[in-house]
Design a protein around this ligand. Structure first.
Ligand code: ADP
Length: 612
C-alpha cells in the first residue's frame, strides 16, 4: 500500500510495497518524499490521475497498465494493476490519495510469451500443412508410381496417378493392399512388406517378379518392378506406414530375356555352323577373335590380336596383298558399302597348317562415313575346297577325254563330207551338215563344261608370249567358221598390233564372244569382228545382229552363272560362266571388258589389252 498525503503529496508506504521500488533505487529516500521528486519519469502519466482523485472524481482502477519506472539503476517496463482512491482528513476533506497497487509484469510477460508461442504454433501448423500439400503435389506429379500403405493392413492411404496407371480402373484408395490386389495374397512380397514394417529397415527391389493383373478382369501376368519400400515413422519413432516408390520394368526385362535367348541361339548357331567371329573396333584399334577364329589362324596363345601383326601376317603370302586391298575398300563406304565376302588361305602361326577360309562381314560407318567397326564371321572351307578341286580335276580330265573322240569324229565327218561332195549325194550332204552342227554344239558344251573347272578364283595363271593380235583373231575365226557354217563371220579390219599376253586364254575370250554372237542371233545373220588400237590399248570388238540385251541386264552379264531369264528358258545351251571367265582373263592382262547393246537389234562386245 502506498499513500500520497497533503499538498506536496508526501509519500508513505508499507513493506509490501518496497520490492516495487527496486533494490538500489528509490527506497528509502522515497519515504516522506514529495511525489513529484520521486516519480519524475512517470509524472505525466500519474499526475492527471492523482488530480482526478483529489478533485473528488471517480476512483481510478487500471489493470496491467504499462508504466515504465526507473529502478535497479535503469528504466524498466513495469506492468501494474492499480487503484487510486481518495483519503479524507479529520474535516472530511480530501487530503490524500491511497494507492493500492500490484505489479503484474511477470503475469503480463508470461501472457505475452504464451500469446507469441500460440502464434508461432499456428504459423508452424500452417507451414506444416502447406509443406504437406507441396509434398503431396510432388508425389502426385512424380514420374514414379508412389503410394503410401498405412498401418499393419497396408491400407492405400495415398496413390499418385502413375501408381494408379499400373492398375487401370482398379479400386485401390482406402482399401487394404491384399483386398485391393487380391492376387498378392500369399505372395512373398507381402512378407517383405511385413518385414519392413516390423524392422523399420527400407527394402529395395530390383527387377523383382510380382505376378499381378492390370485390371480387375484381366489375367495375372508376370510383371517386373524396380521399387523401394521406405518406412514412415510417427512422432514416437514407430513405423506407421510404408512409402512405396515403384517403376514397372516388365518390357525391359522381357527384351533383356529375349536378347539373352537370341544371344544363346546365336552362340548355338555359330557352334553348329562352325563359324568363327571377329569384331574390330577401328576407333580403339582393338580386335576381338573368338576361339574358332583363332584356331583358323593358328593363334591361341595370345590374349590380344591385332590386324596388322596377327591377321595380315597368317594369311598366305599370295593372298595377303589382295585381301589387304579388299579390306581397305571395305572401309570406304562409297566403294564397298561396307560389304565383305572373300576367300583366302591362312597358314597357322602355331601349327603351320594351310587352311582355306571364307570370311563374310560388314563395316559400320559414323555420320562422316568413317568406318568405326568391322564385324563378321569366318568359316573353314578347306574340306570344301579340297572336294571342289577334286571335282574340277575330274571335270577337266573327263572334258579332255571327251574332246579326243570328238576331234576324231570331226575328222571322220570331214572325210565323209569330201566323199559326199565328190559323189554329189544330196542326202548325205544334208546329213553331214547336220552332223557338223551337232559336233559344234558338243564342242561348245565341252568347252563350257571345261570352263566350270577353271572357275577357281585366282587360279588363272597366265603363260605370256608376244604375238600379233590379228593372227589370233584369224585363227579363232577360222576354227569357228569351220564348226558353225550357219553364220557369216566377217573379219575385215585389224591394225597389226603386237601384244604381250596369254595366247590360248585370249583365244578363249574371242571364242566366247564369237560363239555367243552365234548362239544369240538368227541363222544366216552376219557377225563382225575387228581390232583397232590407240596409244595405250589394243581393242577387239565383236558385233552381232541378234537378240540384244535389255539395259537393266547389262551390268549382270559378267557375273558368275548369270544367264538372261529368257535365254535360260530357251534351248540355247550354256552355263553362264563364259563371260565371267573372259572378264577374269582380261583383267589379269590389265585390260577391260564391256558391252554395248540395243535390245532386239544386236550387241557389241569389247575387250582391251595394253599395247606391247
Ligand atoms: P552362256 O553360256 O549362258 O552363253 P555367257 O557368260 O557367255 O554364258 O553369257 C552370259 C549371258 O549373257 C548369256 O546367257 C546371255 O543371256 C547373255 N549374252 C551373252 N552374249 C550375248 C549376245 N551376244 N547377245 C545377247 N545376249 C548375250
Amino acid at each position: 500500500m502506498f499513500l500520497w498525503w497533503g499538498d506536496k503529496l508526501t509519500q508513505f508506504y508499507n513493506d509490501a510495497y518496497r520490492p516495487s521500488l527496486g533494490s538500489n533505487g528509490k527506497h528509502p529516500s522515497a519515504l516522506g518524499q514529495p511525489a513529484v521528486e520521486c516519480w519524475p519519469e512517470i509524472w505525466p502519466v500519474i499526475k492527471p490521475l492523482i488530480d482526478q482523485v483529489l478533485a473528488g472524481g471517480d476512483a481510478v482502477w487500471q489493470e496491467d497498465q504499462l508504466i515504465p519506472i526507473y529502478r535497479n539503476g535503469q528504466l524498466e517496463d513495469v506492468y501494474w494493476t492499480f487503484g487510486y482512491s481518495a483519503v479524507l482528513n479529520d474535516t472530511g476533506k480530501i487530503e490524500g490519495v491511497l494507492v493500492i497497487c500490484h505489479e503484474t509484469t511477470e503475469k503480463v510477460n508470461t501472457f505475452n510469451y504464451l500469446q507469441r508461442t500460440k502464434e508461432d504454433l499456428e504459423f508452424a501448423q500452417r507451414e506444416a500443412r502447406s509443406q504437406n500439400e507441396r509434398l503431396k503435389s510432388l508425389f502426385m506429379q512424380a514420374p514414379a508410381g508412389i503410394c503410401i500403405l498405412s498401418g499393419q493392413e497396408f491400407t492405400f492411404e495415398l496413390i499418385n496417378p502413375r501408381y494408379q496407371a499400373l492398375f487401370p480402373g482398379r479400386d485401390l484408395l482406402g482399401k487394404p493392399l491384399v483386398q485391393a490386389l487380391h492376387e498378392l495374397q500369399g505372395q512373398h512380397i507381402i512378407s517383405v512388406l511385413q518385414e519392413v514394417y516390423s524392422t523399420g529397415i527400407p527394402f529395395e527391389g530390383n527387377e523383382l517378379l510380382v505376378p499381378l493383373a492390370r485390371t480387375d478382369t484381366g489375367h495375372v501376368e508376370d510383371r517386373y518392378f524396380n521399387f523401394v519400400y521406405q518406412p514412415r515413422l510417427d512422432v514416437y519413432g514407430h513405423v506407421n506406414a510404408i512409402l512405396t516408390f515403384v517403376f514397372e520394368v516388365t518390357d525391359i526385362v522381357r527384351v533383356k530375356k529375349e536378347l539373352e535367348t537370341a544371344e544363346e541361339t546365336l552362340k548355338l548357331s555359330l557352334l553348329a555352323a562352325e563359324l568363327g567371329t571377329f569384331d574390330m573396333d577401328l576407333e580403339k584399334g582393338t580386335m576381338y577373335w573368338d576361339d574358332r577364329c583363332r584356331t583358323l589362324f593358328g593363334i591361341s596363345h595370345k590374349d590380344t590380336v591385332t590386324y596388322e601383326k596377327d591377321f595380315l601376317t597368317g594369311l598366305h603370302i599370295e593372298d595377303r596383298d589382295k585381301i589387304k586391298e579388299i579390306i581397305d575398300n571395305v572401309f570406304i563406304k562409297s566403294v564397298s558399302n561396307g560389304d565383305y565376302d572373300v576367300q583366302y588361305r591362312t597358314i597357322g602361326v602355331e601349327d603351320g597348317i594351310e587352311r582355306w577360309v571364307r570370311a563374310k562381314g560388314k563395316a559400320y560407318f559414323d555420320k562422316n562415313d568413317i568406318a568405326v567397326r568391322f564385324i563378321g564371321s569366318v568359316l573353314d572351307i578347306t574340306e570344301l575346297k579340297y572336294i571342289e578341286k577334286r571335282k574340277n580335276d575330274f571335270i577337266a580330265i573327263v572334258s579332255h577325254e571327251l574332246k579326243t573322240p570328238l576331234t576324231a569324229l570331226k575328222a571322220y565327218i570331214q572325210t565323209i563330207e569330201r566323199f559326199a561332195l565328190k559323189s554329189n549325194e544330196e542326202a548325205v550332204k544334208t546329213l553331214v551338215e547336220k552332223s557338223n552342227k551337232q559336233v559344234a554344239k558338243m564342242n561348245d558344251l565341252i568347252n563350257g563344261f571345261l570352263n566350270t573347272s577353271r572357275l577357281d578364283e585366282g587360279s588363272i595363271a597366265l603363260v605370256k608370249s608376244t604375238f600379233n593380235i590379228c593372227d589370233l583373231i584369224s585363227s579363232c575365226v577360222e576354227n569357228i567358221t569351220d564348226a558353225h557354217k550357219s553364220h557369216l563371220i566377217l573379219f575385215t579390219e585389224c591394225s597389226n598390233n603386237l601384244i604381250e599376253g596369254d595366247y590360248d586364254k585370249l583365244g578363249q575370250v574371242i571364242n566366247n564372244f564369237l560363239t555367243n554372237a552365234i548362239k544369240y542371233s538368227l541363222e544366216g545373220s552376219s557377225i563382225n569382228i575387228n581390232s583397232y588400237s590407240n596409244d595405250k590399248m589394243v581393242i577387239v570388238k565383236v558385233t552381232d545382229r541378234g537378240i540384244g540385251i535389255k539395259p537393266e541386264n547389262l551390268e549382270n552379264l559378267f557375273k558368275r552363272f548369270y544367264r538372261d531369264e529368257a535365254v535360260s528358258k530357251s534351248r540355247v545351251p550354256g552355263f553362264g560362266i563364259g563371260l565371267y571367265l573372259a572378264a577374269e582373263i582380261v583383267q589379269c592382262h590389265g585390260g577391260e571388258i564391256w558391252v554395248e547393246s540395243e535390245y532386239g537389234k544386236g550387241s557389241s562386245f569389247y575387250f582391251s589389252i595394253p599395247n606391247d
